[in-house]
Each structure stands twice: as structure tokens, then as C-alpha cells.
Design a binder for this molecule. Structure first.
Ligand code: UDP
Length: 350
């Protein structure tokens, strides 16, 4: 039995992870967040305690919670590319400064930390797929502010690694590759660029706005369904025979790589399956926009981001199993029909 502390439990990964833990294990979860809109089902569990708090404001509270738990999963961070460019200092304050304090508490109280690194750390690495221990981390110039997030996460990775090697910190670093799913971003958020690509495109189709392909949409991503992602996190938390101890794992789906343009086409096709939205999908316009116009001067794109998941497959015994079309269907079922796969028997499985 474990006591897991999830900071940012109402986020995309946190909400799904908390539910997965409650459903599949006998562990207790303490969740901290500013709001609880994504976790109504968790709140009903007697193994779940929720605290409505801002991790940044209440250091004494966080200190006490870290002391009490066995493992900390600190998921509070800004992870939206447009904000790296628009508000890099906010990203630094939250993603770096706040999380560094939490890392240090874990060192002090000898608690295990399962920390979210990011696929962004690989930056513009030219490798055909990115390996956790072999690939170089390639960032652009300082004036390209997009890289602040990548750089922050890389620094925290290195700090956690060093605490692990030199001061005995028990840790695992994980790197999510374009996780998608129902609770990714607020689909109603009106501002262009305020969400990740799938939510943005879906929002535009629903609201009769054109889909914008940044620089032609030839850049590629490997899309990972959230349920596959948190299944891997569960294995990391289980840490059977220490398999995840002191390790770094990419969590991605290399079998589902698509260009952004192909993503737009598949999404439009998927919308056609919902009679109420079929006409909007049929008539949606696709426009090209330059990255400079869409994100501003400080942006630089990643043309290809492909994980190697060999280590997660071999060392954790995990493999992603949800393809992009199925991931999109489950996401649209949630937004358009109010159906939540997490609450259905069988979960994401067909
Ligand atoms: N993108 C796009 N149109 C949009 C939003 C994003 O073409 O309306 C592109 C963006 O330039 C990037 C890709 O889609 O190449 C994925 O963007 P996302 O924000 O999901 O995150 P990233 O994978 O870049 O971290």
C-alpha cells in the first residue's frame, strides 16, 4: 500500500492518474489543486483526499503533506507552447522555482519523486527517434523564447539526477510525448493558441472557425492517448523490483506518428461521425499561417518529435495500445456526447 501525493491533481495527467490509481490499486491518493472540475469521480472515493490549495502560496502545508506521503508526483506546471513565448517568466516562476522547492523537500524528507520531464527537452534533436540516454538535447537561441520551458525542465532533470546520484534521492523522470485526450485543455477556451493542437482544431471546427496550419502543418508528432500514458505512470509508481528507480523514461506512441496536416484531416473525418457536427466539419476551412504570425517572434518549431519507447517496453513491460483515431473518438465522445471513457467498464479498450 502506498500514499501518493499528486500536486496538480485536477490537471490533464493528474486527474487521469489519480483515477487510474484509485481504480486499479489499493493505494491512497492525496490530491492538491486550485479546482476540482476534472475529478468528480475521485472525490467520491474514500481513498482520495482533496485539498483546494495553491502549491505556490502555502509552503508549510506542502511541507507537511510531503512528510506524510510515500511518493510525490508534482504536476503543477505550464506546458502550453504559446505561453512559453508570451509569458516566459511566469513559466520560469512556476515550472522552475516552485518545483525546485518541492524537489528539495523530497531530498530532505527522503521521499520518492516521480517527476514530469518533457519530450521538449530533446528540442531539435536530429535523431530518428529520441533515446533517454543517448540523444542530445538541442535548443535554439535565447532570443527564441519557446525554449525556456525545455531548458527549465532540462535543468530540473539534471538537478534531480544529481540528487539521485550524490545524495540518494529516489526518483524517476518521465517524458510525455504529445499526450492527448478528453481533459487536455478547455475546448471552450476562445483564445487562439491557448491550447494544444488537437483541442484548438476541435474548438475551431465546433465554432465554425478556420483551422490554422502553422507553416503548412508538415511538422510531425507522435500522439499518445492519455490512458496509455497513465498506465505507464502506474508501472513507474509500482516500481516492481525497483525497475523504475533512478531511471528516465519516454512515454509516447511511436506507432502513431502523423503530420499536423494529417491530424487536421483525421479530425475532420472523425467529426463527420457525429450528425450534429458533420456539416460544420464538411465546411471547415483550412488556412496556412506563418509561425511568426501565429505565435510571435520568439517561436521556433520542432519539425519531428519521435520517442523511442524501447526502455519503457523492456524495463517496465509497457506498450501503448490506443491509435490516433480511437483517441480522437474518445475525446470527441466526451466533448460532443458527454461520454467519459474513464467511467465506463473497459476504459479505453474497445
Ligand atoms: N499548431 C498548428 N495550429 C494550431 C496550433 C498548433 O499548426 O492551431 C502546430 C504547432 O505549430 C506545432 C504542433 O501543431 O507544430 C503541435 O503543437 P502543440 O501546441 O500541440 O504542442 P507541441 O507539440 O509543439 O509541444
Amino acid at each position: 500500500m502506498k500514499n501518493v501525493l499528486i500536486l496538480g491533481v485536477n490537471g490533464f495527467i493528474g486527474s487521469s492518474l489519480a483515477w487510474k490509481i484509485l481504480k486499479k490499486t489499493d493505494w491512497n491518493v492525496v490530491g492538491v489543486d486550485l479546482s476540482d472540475g476534472k475529478i468528480p469521480h475521485c472525490l467520491k472515493s474514500e481513498r482520495f483526499v482533496f485539498h483546494r490549495k495553491n502549491v505556490v502560496d502555502d509552503a508549510d502545508f506542502i511541507d507537511a503533506e510531503i512528510r506524510k506521503c510515500d511518493v510525490v508526483v508534482p504536476l503543477v506546471a505550464i506546458a502550453t507552447p504559446s505561453l512559453y513565448v508570451k509569458d516566459p517568466l511566469r513559466v520560469f516562476n512556476l515550472d522552475f522555482e516552485s518545483n525546485l522547492l518541492i524537489v528539495k523537500k523530497c531530498v530532505e524528507y527522503k521521499k520518492r519523486i516521480v517527476f514530469p520531464s518533457t519530450s521538449e527537452v530533446y528540442g531539435m534533436c536530429p535523431d530518428k527517434d529520441f533515446d533517454e540516454y543517448e540523444s542530445n538535447l538541442v535548443l535554439g537561441p535565447v532570443a527564441k523564447e519557446r525554449w525556456i520551458y525545455s531548458c527549465i525542465k532540462q535543468m530540473l532533470d539534471r538537478v534531480i539526477w544529481a540528487y539521485g546520484k550524490h545524495e540518494g534521492l529516489s526518483f524517476t523522470l518521465f517524458r510525455p510525448f504529445n499526450f492527448i485526450g478528453p481533459k487536455l485543455d478547455d475546448i471552450k477556451a476562445p483564445k487562439e493558441g491557448s491550447s494544444r493542437v488537437l483541442t484548438q482544431f476541435a474548438h475551431n471546427i465546433i465554432n465554425g472557425k478556420p483551422i490554422k496550419l502553422v507553416d503548412g502543418g508538415l511538422q510531425k508528432r507522435a500522439f499518445t492517448f492519455i490512458d496509455d500514458g497513465v498506465e505507464c505512470l502506474l508501472k513507474i509508481l509500482e516500481n516492481k523490483n525497483g525497475c523504475a528507480e533512478g531511471r528516465i523514461f519516454n512515454i509516447g506512441n511511436p506507432y502513431e506518428e502523423y503530420s499536423i496536416k494529417a491530424l487536421a484531416d483525421i479530425l475532420i473525418e472523425s467529426f463527420m461521425e457525429y450528425p450534429e457536427y458533420a456539416e460544420r466539419a464538411r465546411s471547415v476551412k483550412i488556412e496556412n499561417v506563418s509561425s511568426k504570425d501565429y505565435y510571435g517572434e520568439g517561436y521556433q518549431d520542432v519539425s519531428r518529435r519521435m520517442p523511442s519507447v524501447k526502455r519503457a517496453e523492456d524495463e517496465l513491460g509497457w506498450k501503448p495500445s490506443t491509435n490516433l483515431r480511437r483517441a480522437i473518438k474518445l475525446t470527441l465522445d466526451y466533448h460532443l456526447l458527454g461520454k467519459d471513457y474513464e467511467l465506463e467498464t473497459g476504459g479505453a479498450q474497445q
